[in-house]
Design a protein around this ligand. Structure first.
Ligand code: CA
Length: 238
């Protein structure tokens, strides 16, 4: 019994794989399960396809000619449009250590070759379900902090927060990924944009301003500093 996928349209999966036989097998099985399938046989092609068609999920082989799967993943995570695109990394059994590193660079999950099709489908469905349950755009909320993006307003426990444009974007980004730790470089890419060259130290200045505004009433500090790693929206003792 095939479970219906959350997305009313048939989800588009991008298969990035350089072994033709595996590609054929995956395409056959995924189409049978109601997926639309797009394929790429190397990293560059994968990035081009993502930019063109924006798949719902990417199945990304680790070992690819040219640009590796991990580099593709890194580049996807760097771009605002693809930051939250679900990615499953496919590795060979001998690459387990690397697979863990793959998750560190932002893959949502990984599966080891040779894999069972049912196991792969279960992971794909879980990820698709998760990405479909992201709250409607326009309102973000975490532990008493609420942002209304349409009205460009932010509050903490009902108290209006007067934020500068950069602090507003910073808070918006943190609220999209609560508890996750971001390095200064990641925050620069996400909030300032990869094209703009700003000193990492600039991030600290804006974090300080953000903190001052959201903690103005002596509430628990919601911006956690993680030594040598960066910042997260969280409380110190959470
Ligand atoms: Ca390969």
């Amino acid at each position: 019994m095939v479970e219906a996928i959350g997305n009313p349209a048939r989800p588009l999966v991008l298969l990035v794989e350089d072994e033709p036989a595996l590609l054929t097998m995956l395409r056959y099985n995924l189409e049978k399960q109601g997926f639309r399938v797009d394929e790429a046989s190397d990293g560059q092609e994968a990035l081009a396809h993502v930019a063109e068609t924006m798949p719902d999920i990417v199945l990304l082989d680790w070992m690819l000619p040219g640009l590796s799967g991990i580099e593709v993943c890194r580049q996807l995570r760097r771009r605002p449009a693809t930051r939250d695109l679900p990615v499953i990394m496919v590795t060979a059994r001998t690459e387990d250590q690397d697979a863990v590193r793959g998750l560190n660079t932002g893959a949502d999950d990984y599966i080891t070759k040779p894999f069972n099709m049912e196991a792969l489908l279960a992971r794909m469905r879980a990820l698709l379900r998760r990405s479909n349950t992201v709250p409607a755009k326009g309102r973000l909320e975490f532990q008493g902090i609420v942002m209304d993006l349409a009205a460009h307003r932010a509050e903490r426990n009902g108290r209006k927060l007067l934020l500068g444009p950069t602090e507003f974007r910073l808070l918006e980004f943190f609220l999209q990924h609560p508890r996750r730790v971001f390095s200064r470089e990641e925050l620069l890419d996400a909030v300032w944009g990869a094209e703009i060259h700003v000193e990492p130290r600039t991030v600290d200045v804006h974090i300080r301003r953000l903190r001052k505004t959201i903690n103005a009433e002596g509430e628990a500090d919601m911006v956690r500093t993680v030594r040598a790693a960066g910042y997260a929206l969280d409380t110190e003792d959470a």
